[in-house]
Design a protein around this ligand. Structure first.
Ligand code: MN
Length: 243
């Protein structure tokens, strides 16, 4: 009997009371797609490679903002609360995972983690730094429960996301106030909201690296496109782990 691909999931972290925790939707979505979700420790001990030896895929989760100096910018007042502990763990982990060509998915903060780790930049605050004639509300928290969508994205034909979701347009949830600004070298944007914000990015080479700005793990129980994102991830992890 073959084993299940192990997906290392970066833990969330309670900054006020200093403990790691996990949102069960990430675990459920990975498990529903056939993976074995394993929550990683909140520190690597300086050896990201030792953790990656255990994983067939890595999922970078949502969370607070990334410290702007990590992508070469100075803090602006509109930037949100940052988590130096998570940055310290996740940025080297993302870099090392990409170097090893381990399949990676980044969700919300996770797409931003991947982009910052691999040489891209972020909008510290979308309303301040990304003006649009067709503004989109990217924070639905006070209006719509997170399992339901609030804005559209247009999906690039021929992209990994398009092949997975099978649609030119998706309706997605939105709980972010930062976003990818300059995309990291080697990556392409493959979905955009109507204000032009990048909502999905993919690695152009052979490695499986997918960054999603929305939260498919919250929608996977009722949305087939969200579920399919996890299925293609687990398939890539299976292939990587020769399972
Ligand atoms: Mn959005």
């Amino acid at each position: 009997m073959s084993r299940k691909p192990v997906i290392g999931i970066t833990p969330l972290y309670n900054l006020e009371h200093n403990f790691p925790w996990m949102q069960v939707d990430y675990l459920d979505a990975v498990a529903a797609a056939g993976g074995l979700p394993v929550v990683l420790p909140s520190r690597t001990g300086g050896d990201a490679g030792a953790l990656l030896d255990l994983a067939d895929g890595v999922l970078f989760t949502g969370g607070p903002d990334i410290m702007p100096h990590l992508y070469g910018e100075q803090l602006i007042p509109q930037c949100g609360k940052c988590s130096p502990l998570r940055d310290e763990m996740e940025i080297p982990l993302a870099y090392e995972a990409a170097s090893r060509r381990i399949p990676i998915v980044g969700i919300c903060r996770g797409i931003q983690t991947i982009n910052a780790a691999l040489g891209g930049t972020l909008y510290q605050d979308i309303p301040t730094q990304h003006k649009s004639d067709t503004p989109v509300l990217h924070s639905q928290e006070n209006h719509i429960e997170k399992a339901w969508p609030s804005h559209k994205v247009t999906v690039q034909k021929g992209s990994l996301l398009h092949k997975a979701a099978g649609e030119d347009t998706l309706t997605v949830n939105s709980m972010h106030h930062q976003a990818v600004k300059n995309i990291a070298p080697g990556f392409k944007a493959t979905a955009w909201s109507e204000d032009g914000i990048i909502e999905c990015m993919e690695y152009s080479g052979d490695s499986f690296i997918l960054g999603i700005q929305w939260h498919p793990e919250c929608m996977h129980r009722r949305d087939e496109a969200s579920m399919e994102i996890f299925r293609v991830f687990i398939a890539a992890a299976s292939a990587f782990g020769r399972i």
